[in-house]
Design a protein around this ligand. Structure first.
Ligand code: M6R
Length: 607
């Protein structure tokens, strides 16, 4: 999604803007631009493509006040004329989000003589602010008046050459934070862009508007009331967002999973039991009364919810439904005040998940839990309970370590619910905790299979389609494997519960359709084997990720890769790792942009 960097400082801020944009590249974008105050003028540079090209084009620019942007196209194709900043009169604006009433604003502003030169919704913000400057010449007031007319989710940053040394920013629905430093003040979509200048950050709330000068920041609400927001010291380490020795962030993040799991599970400590308090001080009381769990999430995060459904129902005996957030938010559902609503999100800013959570709360369901990787995110702030996965920053668009740490968190939730419902003996609890503790070691062993997986990947790279099969709690793992493959290698991949194959998809099976199967040694293995035989009998080529003791023999058309360890209920956390490696290596062979796959964004902050 779009990224914003803005600065008002005492010295040249152009290198800060460029470096900030580079740090936001992971969010996904198709064009970039910046605007600075240059005497009695706005100097604007925009380019389609990478930030590096913008950096070359801006090599001779120097200024103390400016805004910069990476754009992920929503309204209008990726092109220079649609790239931000957009200019109207003396002002320039960058924007992240979507303005829902832009068509109405565009018609109104056109009628007042404003000329539109792009297809974006953002340009109506620029003209609206310019129009408001005719009502009140103060930039802050003009932006405030404009915000009162905007409908949608947005974060904006604005400069006016008539009011040098000042940036005005506003937030409603899209993330934006301020960076406070001795030599100037900054704003950005996330803290990684500002680590180069400061660790002291202020998270803006929805409905906040702030004026930044080199001397300080002043924050108020859209109605003009001044507000104080606390300064946090960002714990993000520069090393955590560096690539280091790895070729891609996705590879780095796959290999970080043992450490990410260990960090996430640190909260359990060295004991043999866990307490509800790991989800927040109120958790014991709030969870005791829960009679159903509703999980809301998108993409990979929804797949972790689907695995958790198997755990929660089988181990804790609590009924569970998992809904894709973009569907739930618009569906007429039957509210249940005793239901625990769990919002799962790596970023904590996914627009659909946030809206679904708000919808659930508006229906009177206020038992809410966030499972999230970003402590200060909107989703965390809006839930009664929280569990912060400690995966560290995930930069690659394809989610990997966020997924496995979400699964660890959801397994802890299962244990807590099982305890509260008297479904877990002390012995079972301590055995599960031991298995959780062993996960980092077990994942490490699976990572050693990389070479063998690389060989498989070479065979896949020429394929157009692939089928992924799984059963039970490994069906969502097949879904996640298919999502990973299509996301970064652009190979069309579908996942099916293996038992469903004969009801339709079997018609697709031939020599050119590789069938990848997750085959753990569990109660469904024999059923799965029969399903696989059906594929083999139709001339299909099978690639099976089995456990060391899954009795599936290698034969013509059946290739087996055996995972060294498996941990019963926790097996999905292990079985996803080879599928992540497979898609990574297929993408490498195909030469796609692994960390920034086409058309995708890391954090989907628009609907
Ligand atoms: O930040 P979130 O977990 O809320 O993001 C949800 C999805 O957009 C995300 O998981 C997406 O599906 C990933 N790119 C998949 O790898």
């Amino acid at each position: 999604m779009c990224g914003i960097v803005a600065a008002a400082a005492a010295s040249n801020i152009v290198p800060v803007l460029i470096e900030g944009l580079k740090k936001l590249e992971y969010r996904g974008y198709d064009s970039a631009g910046l605007a600075v105050i240059a005497g009695e003028n706005i100097r604007r540079i925009r380019s389609v493509g990478r930030v590096a090209e913008l950096a070359s084009a801006a090599a001779d620019v120097s200024a103390v006040t400016g805004i910069a942007h990476t754009r992920w196209a929503t309204h209008g194709v990726p092109s220079e004329r649609n790239a931000h900043p957009h200019v109207s009169g003396s002002i320039a604006v960058v924007h992240n989000g979507i303005i829902e009433n832009y068509a109405e604003l565009r018609a109104e502003l056109t009628a007042h003589g404003y000329q539109f030169t792009s297809d974006t919704d953002t340009e109506s913000i620029a003209h609206l602010i310019a129009a408001k400057l005719n009502v009140d010449a103060d930039l802050l007031t003009a932006v405030r008046l404009a915000c009162q007319r905007l409908v949608g989710a947005y974060a904006i940053a604005v400069i006016d050459w008539r009011q040098p040394g000042k940036v005005v920013v506003a937030r409603e629905g899209s993330p934006l934070l301020l960076g406070v430093a001795a030599d100037g003040n900054y704003a950005a979509s996330d803290a990684s862009a500002l680590l180069q200048v400061t660790r002291d950050v202020i998270y803006l709330e929805n409905g906040d508007i702030a004026e930044l000068t080199p001397q300080g920041v002043r924050i108020s609400l859209f109605d003009g009331t001044l507000v104080e927001r606390p300064i946090h010291v960002s714990e993000l380490s520069p090393a955590a967002i560096e690539l280091g020795a790895y070729r891609h962030y996705m590879q780095k993040e796959i290999f970080e999973q043992p450490a990410a799991l260990a960090n996430t599970l640190e909260i359990v400590g060295g004991g043999k039991t866990i307490q509800p308090g790991i989800f927040g001080a109120e958790a014991g009381q709030l969870l005791a009364d829960v009679d159903h769990i509703l999980i809301l999430a998108c993409g990979t995060s929804s797949h972790s919810g689907l695995v958790a459904r198997y755990w929660l129902e089988a181990i804790a005996g609590v009924p569970c439904t998992v809904e894709v957030a973009s569907e739930y938010r618009y569906r007429t559902s039957v509210p249940n005040p005793r239901q625990l609503v769990v919002a799962i999100s790596q970023s904590g800013e996914t627009a659909d998940t946030l809206a679904a959570l708000r919808h659930a709360k508006a229906l009177g369901q206020d038992k809410t839990l966030a499972i999230c990787n970003v402590p200060e995110s909107a989703i965390v702030r809006e839930c009664a309970l929280r569990f912060i996965t400690r995966a560290g920053p995930e930069i690659g668009v394809a989610s990997t370590k966020a997924f496995t740490t979400q699964l660890a968190a959801l397994f802890l939730l299962t244990l807590v619910m099982a305890k509260l419902r008297q479904r877990l003996s002390g012995e079972q609890e301590s055995a599960f905790i031991e298995q959780l503790r062993h996960l980092p070691v077990a994942v490490n062993k699976i990572l050693e299979l990389e070479l063998a997986i690389e060989i498989w990947a070479k065979r896949f790279a020429s394929k157009q389609h692939a089928l992924f099969l799984g059963r039970g709690r490994h069906y969502p793992i097949a879904m996640e494997g298919a999502l990973k493959l299509k996301e970064i290698s652009y190979i069309h991949a579908e996942a099916y519960p293996a038992g469903e194959l004969k009801h339709g998809p079997l018609a697709l099976v031939d020599r050119d359709m590789p069938v990848i199967s997750v085959a753990p040694n569990d109660a469904l293995l024999d059923k799965l084997k029969s399903n696989l035989e059906v594929v083999q009998a139709r001339g299909g080529e099978l690639y099976v990720f089995a456990d060391a003791d899954s009795e599936i023999p290698e034969s013509t058309g059946v290739h087996i890769l055996r995972l060294p360890e498996h941990y019963g209920a926790l097996s999905p956390i292990l079985h996803i790792v080879p599928l992540q490696l497979l898609s990574y290596h297929v993408a490498l062979v195909k030469g796609t942009d692994v960390d920034k796959p086409r058309n995708l964004a890391k954090s989907v902050t628009v609907e």
